[in-house]
Design a protein. Sequence first.
Length: 114
Amino acid sequence: MPLLVGEEDTGPLVKALIDEAPGKHLIAYREWMTLPEMVAAFTKATGLPAEYVALPVGEPRGLLPPALQQVVDDMWGYFNEFGYEARQDLSVIHPGQVCLDRWLLIVGHFADSK
């Protein structure tokens, strides 16, 4: 899952995308974490025990109405097949694929202005 600090990351990422060739789609994030990593970070930050549990598709969770549960199941099915970042789409680029030197200068400028 992508993690982003909107007020710090959005400007530099948009600027880096503007400087790219037309037709590119940037999936913006500062850090990429798996769900188990997110659960571990939650436990470390809060001291509360937590566990990542993957439920089978279609298993009732009790928290969502059936119609919404179907949408959630479809969403996770897409993620599993294509990846959150649509990895088969060559027009999708990641922050490390934009002009990294320029991106780091922009990020440094934003950080220095704080």
